[in-house]
Design a protein around this ligand. Structure first.
Ligand code: KIV
Length: 259
């Protein structure tokens, strides 16, 4: 997958699948299963590091995880999130950090949260031939200002953000947690793919946190998450069985021992 093919999928009416990965093992699995793009999301701060928000994630941490992902991927487009405060200070700062991400990881694109407010920065990156995916709607890096992870319903503002991102040269836009009707309007209004998460079925593609769709993050997932498997339960059962068999002296048995 390349950026031009990703964009062309919209004109071809082919829906795009995007999932998060933070390491070699999961990236290899997602890639082999045919995922169009793999996002090294700053959600790793919560999913991998167990932090309350994505705000503490650093550029070095993103690069560390993205390197592992890129090493595993054969076909998918790898997109790396720019963490909080790595693009807010100035377009120049964003350019240096986005360039560093691409140089050090071999990823194909970066993503940053913002629309109208980051248009100059998106333009600066795309003028330097750095492919940028924008992210509008619920922006997790704005959680302190928003006062929580809330559905965003200001249709005018959301449309303005999406249009600004496209005009600034973004090749795609994540639409997070917005009503499906607004997502449909934005998708019809812009020429670049919209990738929804909690934005309904009319987007050009969908993204989920892999651990959510596999049922690894437990109960309390947001309404839009469909658990396609319950790996958490399966893993827990397997580990309990291992513990019981070790304690009971049943593992390792003859079959699993060298003679
Ligand atoms: O950080 C992330 O994983 C994301 C997706 C959920 C869109 O931004």
């Amino acid at each position: 997958m390349t950026v031009p093919r990703f964009v062309a999928a919209k004109q071809q009416g082919r829906k795009l699948s995007v999932l998060t990965a933070y390491d070699f093992l999961w990236a290899a699995l997602l890639d082999a299963a045919g995922t169009d793009a793999i996002l090294v999301g700053d959600s790793l701060g919560m999913v991998v590091q167990g932090k309350a928000t994505t705000l503490p994630v650093t550029l070095d941490e993103m690069i560390y995880h993205a390197e592992m992902v890129v090493r595993a991927v054969r076909q998918a487009l790898v997109i790396v999130d720019m963490p909080f405060l790595t693009f807010h200070v100035s377009p120049q700062q964003a350019l240096e950090n986005a360039g560093t991400i691409l140089k050090k990881t071999g990823a194909g694109a970066v993503k940053l949260e913002g629309g109208v407010n980051q248009a100059t920065t998106i333009r600066t990156l795309t003028d330097a031939d750095i492919p940028v995916m924008a992210h509008v709607g619920l922006k997790p890096q704005s959680v302190l200002k928003l006062g929580g992870y809330k559905i965003q319903r200001d249709a005018e503002r959301l449309m303005a953000d999406a249009r600004a991102a496209e005009e600034a040269g973004a090749f795609g836009i994540v639409l997070e947690c917005i009503p499906r009707g607004i997502a449909a309007q934005i998708t019809a209004a812009v020429g670049i793919p919209t990738i929804g998460i909690g934005a309904g079925p009319d987007c050009d593609g969908q993204v989920l946190v892999t651990q959510d769709l596999l049922g690894l993050t437990g109960d309390g997932a947001p309404k839009f998450v469909k658990q396609f498997a319950n790996l958490g339960q399966q893993a827990s059962t397997a580990v309990r069985q291992f513990v019981a068999e070790v304690q009971g002296g049943r593992y390792p048995d003859e079959v699993h021992s060298h003679v």
